[in-house]
Design a protein around this ligand. Structure first.
Ligand SMILES: Cc1cc2nc3c(=O)[nH]c(=O)nc-3n(C[C@H](O)[C@H](O)[C@H](O)COP(=O)(O)O)c2cc1C
Length: 357
C-alpha cells in the first residue's frame, strides 16, 4: 500500500473514531455514566490515529510550521494542500456513517418486546430496560420534570434528634458476621440516640458540600423517603413520622398507636407491630425517572436494598434486632403513611427494629 493510500485510510478511521468519541461522550452524559469505558477507549483510538496521521504527514506539517514560524514565502517552502475534502475523504465518511447506521439498525436491532412473559412481567421489564446496542432507549434527560430532592411537611410538628455520631462501635467484620433477621423484641424503650443513628445510617447526610448520603444513589438523586411508625421510643410521642433528611429531624404526620394498622399492612406478621419502631421506605420515582427513564425501577429497588442493609448493620452494631419485610399490602402501607399513585410515591419496604429480648 502506498503511503498516500495509508494516509487516506487513517483519515477515514480518524473521522469514524471522532464520531465514536462524540457518540460515547453523549451517551455517557445522557445515561449519567461516570468513566464510561467505551468513551475512554474511543479517546485512545482517536489519539492513536491522530498520531499516525501526524507521522504520515510529518513533512508537510513541519514545512507548514516552518513557513509560519520563519515567515518564509510560500514559494520557497513546501506547498500546503488546499484541496479540502476530496472525493475519497467523502467516500470514507459515507462508508463509516452507513456502516454505523446499519450496525445499530439491522445487525444489533433493539430487543424490545421480544421476550415471552411466561407469567413473570419482571422478565419483560428486565429486558425492556436493558442497555442494548441501541443505548438511547435507556434514557433521555428531561430537566423540566425534575422534582425537589427533599420532601417536607411544612405544617408538621418537628422532633429534633441527637447527634448520630458513633464515638465507638464493634468492628464492621464482627457486625457482618453477627447480622441476622430478628423477629422477637423485648418490651423496652428504644433511645432517641438509637433512633437517630438508625435514621442517619439509612439516609443521613455524610458529606455536607454535595449533600451526599450514607447510602449510594444513582446520580445522587435520592428517590427514597423514610417514614417511621414509632411505638416505644424514649421522649417521642407514638405516631407516624417522616424523616427530614436535610435537618436530621422527624416530622409528625399522625399521632397515636398504629401497631394494628402496621401489622395488618405487613400481611399480619405479628412482629411487624411488636417492634419499637417500624420503618417504611417509599420512593418518589420521578426523582430518578427524569434522568434514567426505563432504568428507574431497577435503580430505585437497588437503592432500597442499600438503605435496608445499612439499617441492618447499624441495628446489629447497636445491639438491636431488625427484619426486612417484603410481604406487605402496598395500598394499606401507602395509606398508613399518606402516599399514593397520585403523588407518584409508593411503598417499597417495611423494616421493623426492636430491642433484643
Ligand atoms: C426482600 C426481602 C424480603 C423479606 N421479606 C420477609 C418477610 O416478609 N417476612 C419475614 O419474616 N422475613 C422476610 N425477609 C427476611 C428473610 O426471611 C431473611 O433474610 C432470611 O431468612 C435469611 O435470614 P438472615 O436475614 O437472618 O440472614 C425478607 C428478606 C428480604 C431480603
Amino acid at each position: 500500500m502506498r503511503r498516500k493510500d495509508l494516509d487516506y485510510l487513517v483519515i477515514g478511521f480518524l473521522f469514524l473514531s471522532g464520531l465514536y468519541v462524540f457518540v460515547t461522550g453523549l451517551l455517557a452524559d445522557l445515561m449519567g455514566l461516570n468513566r464510561f469505558a467505551y468513551h475512554s477507549l474511543a479517546g485512545y483510538i482517536f489519539v492513536t490515529l491522530a498520531a499516525c496521521h501526524v507521522i504520515l504527514n510529518w513533512k508537510r506539517i513541519s514545512a507548514y510550521a516552518a513557513n509560519l514560524l520563519r515567515f518564509r514565502s510560500k514559494e520557497r517552502g513546501e506547498k500546503v494542500s488546499k484541496k479540502g475534502i476530496t472525493r475519497r475523504d467523502a467516500l470514507f465518511a459515507a462508508i463509516g456513517a452507513v456502516g454505523g447506521f446499519s450496525l445499530s439498525r439491522f445487525i444489533f436491532p433493539l430487543q424490545e418486546g421480544q421476550v415471552e412473559v411466561k407469567g413473570d412481567l419482571g422478565r419483560l421489564y428486565h429486558q425492556w430496560s436493558s442497555f442494548g446496542m441501541t443505548l438511547f432507549s435507556g434514557g433521555r434527560v428531561n430537566w423540566g420534570t425534575r422534582p425537589s430532592q427533599y420532601k417536607t411537611y411544612p405544617d408538621a410538628r418537628r422532633v429534633g434528634l441527637p447527634d448520630p455520631a458513633w464515638k465507638e462501635g464493634p468492628p464492621i467484620g464482627a457486625v457482618i458476621e453477627r447480622r441476622r433477621s430478628v423477629r422477637r423484641y423485648a418490651d423496652r424503650l428504644l433511645s432517641k440516640l438509637e433512633l437517630s443513628r438508625l435514621l442517619h445510617a439509612m439516609q443521613g447526610i455524610t458529606e455536607e458540600g454535595r449533600a451526599f448520603r450514607a447510602a449510594p444513589s444513582a446520580g445522587a438523586l435520592y428517590p427514597i423517603e423514610i417514614y417511621a411508625v414509632v411505638r416505644d421510643v424514649e421522649g417521642i410521642e407514638s405516631g407516624v413520622y417522616h424523616y427530614a433528611v436535610r435537618e436530621h429531624e422527624m416530622e409528625q404526620i399522625k399521632k397515636g398507636d398504629f401497631r394494628d394498622q402496621v401489622t395488618a399492612a405487613g400481611a399480619m406478621q405479628a412482629f411487624v407491630g411488636e417492634s419499637q419502631v417500624t420503618f417504611i421506605l417509599t420512593a418518589i420515582f420521578q426523582r430518578t425517572r427524569w434522568k434514567y427513564r426505563k432504568r428507574t425501577y431497577r435503580y430505585v429497588l437497588l437503592e432500597a436494598g442499600h438503605i435496608a442493609q445499612n439499617l441492618y448493620l447499624a441495628a446489629t452494631a447497636l445491639g438491636l434486632g431488625c427484619c426486612a419485610v417484603g410481604a406487605f399490602r402496598d395500598q394499606a402501607l401507602d395509606e398508613l403513611v399518606g402516599v399514593g399513585e397520585d403523588e407518584g410515591e409508593g411503598s417499597l419496604y417495611l423494616l421493623p427494629v426492636g430491642k433484643l429480648s
